[in-house]
Design a protein around this ligand. Structure first.
Ligand code: ADP
Length: 437
């Protein structure tokens, strides 16, 4: 503890500057850093028995205490609730005018604070009782890079060694160091936000490139088969023509799926996923989806198993069918060697769970979290060039979550995958009207 006015004033200042600079270069976040700096000032500068770092909150248009420091004053932290307008009281005026001020007597301090609004006055009296009125006060602006950040305010409460005009230049140096730390933190936050925005832009551009490629693949095939059929110099046998038409039909379905996923995805982004709730018999929807899927493949088998008495679920039947179709189509797509696709229902106390299991290529655990993010696709080995948009699972999640359900996955590479989704039971009985979309 060193008084500021003494024969060795320069040594004291040097000591304080060294300590504050040491504090300022600690690798801390801004709030913790300012705490440490204020503690250091209070510790080494005897005159500063009580200090506040005020920061300007531009959205609220108010000065707010970021750090309140005064060892030995039990209620001081309640001063954190103070909110000063520009021009109000000591700190408000210093912030407004940008000029440092010093008050050397309790009366001067009281006069300077006389315009404190009643709400702030109450808080002030809660923080400092009548025996703890500031005897002297110094307040300097926190400025850096042409930007006003706030005010550093220091007070003596008992000391017989009040702040004086001579102290301003030194305290302003401390304030400039603090303001530089605030400026550095602001620039770091801005550059982080900028690089995150750039990263998001890059991901969007990459996703668009992948998407246009994925859309072009079926389009190219359609064009190819149609051109072949139209060739005047070639007459195709009827079975070849039929095969080409089948391929065109398949590729159209694939194109349509991708376009629907894209449109639905933008609908969800715009917050326009509207659900039409009806009592739904899930086992019937699952059966329909399995039958549809059987038409798409000859190498897969389908099994649907729901326990007896499976409850009716209050849900949007079309959207739930979309989720099931999506998961079942994925089960087919990602098990290129065929196998069993099993759709099972389970009744739990407050919800039901539907699982879709396949015996396909599986998913490595490190990809589980990203699976439900838009445009994410696992990088599959080149022998499995499986088309897709990376929008199916995010869509399924958005629909399930809109129903207040959950969706999750279990999988083992090379063995297969099980997707699960749950939906709340919401107390429907099986006698109620049934709709299965
Ligand atoms: P898409 O299938 O159009 O790529 P999805 O959002 O439906 O998009 O799926 C995202 C990724 O999750 C897929 O690219 C695939 O890598 C992986 N995936 C989804 N379902 C399965 C599954 N049943 N088995 C293995 N991988 C799967």
């Amino acid at each position: 503890m060193c008084p500021l006015h003494s024969d060795t004033a320069q040594n004291v200042e040097l000591h304080i500057l060294t300590e504050v600079t040491k504090a300022l270069i600690t690798p801390l976040g801004l709030p913790e850093l300012l705490d440490v700096v204020m503690d250091t000032i209070a510790d080494v500068l005897e005159t500063a028995e009580f200090g506040v770092i005020w920061l300007w909150d531009s959205s609220a248009g108010l000065l707010c205490p970021q750090v309140v420091c005064g060892p030995g004053f039990p209620h001081l932290q309640s001063l954190r609730q103070l909110r000063l307008r520009e021009g109000e009281s000591v700190a408000g005026k210093v912030f407004k005018d940008g000029n440092a001020v010093v008050f050397g007597t309790p009366v001067d301090v009281a006069n300077a604070m006389a315009d404190l609004r009643p709400v702030n006055e109450t808080i002030w009296h809660q923080g400092l009782d009548s025996s703890q009125r500031p005897c002297s006060m110094i307040a300097v602006p926190l400025w850096a890079g042409g930007q006003k950040y706030g005010v550093l305010m220091l007070s003596t409460l008992h000391s017989s060694n009040p702040f004086a005009t001579d102290d301003i230049s030194f305290i302003q140096i401390l304030a400039d160091l603090i303001a530089l730390a605030i400026e550095r933190a602001r620039l770091e936050t801005e550059s982080l936000a900028l690089s995150e925005a750039k990263q998001a832009d890059r991901l969007r551009a990459e996703a668009l490139a992948v998407l246009s490629h994925e859309l072009r693949t079926p389009l190219g095939a359609i064009k190819g088969y149609a051109t072949a059929l139209l060739l005047e110099e070639t007459s195709w046998p009827p079975e070849k023509q039929h095969e080409f038409l089948l391929r065109i039909d398949e590729e159209c379905v694939s194109l349509e799926t991708m376009i629907v996923e894209l449109l639905d995805s933008s609908l969800i982004d715009a917050g326009q996923l509207i659900l039409e709730y009806h009592p739904v018999r899930l086992e019937r929807i699952a059966q329909e989806v399995a039958e549809e899927a059987q038409h798409l493949t000859s190498t897969h088998e389908f099994a649907v198993g729901f326990p007896a008495g499976f409850p009716l679920i209050d849900a949007d039947p079309l959207r739930i069918k979309q989720v099931l179709r999506n998961l079942v189509n994925n089960a087919i797509k990602y098990s290129p060697n065929g196998g069993l696709v099993s759709i099972q229902g389970e009744i739990r106390t407050t919800d039901i769970v539907v699982s879709i299991a396949d015996q396909g290529i599986g998913i490595a655990a490190e990809n589980f979290i990203s699976l439900f993010e838009k445009y994410f696709r696992v990088k599959t080995p080149s022998e499995y060039q499986i088309p897709g948009t990376g929008l199916g699972l995010p869509m399924a999640r958005a629909i399930v979550e809109a129903h207040e359900g959950k969706i999750w996955v279990e999988s083992k590479l090379g063995e297969g995958t099980i997707f699960f989704f749950s939906l709340p039971r919401q107390g429907l009985s099986s006698d109620e009207e049934i709709e299965n979309g």
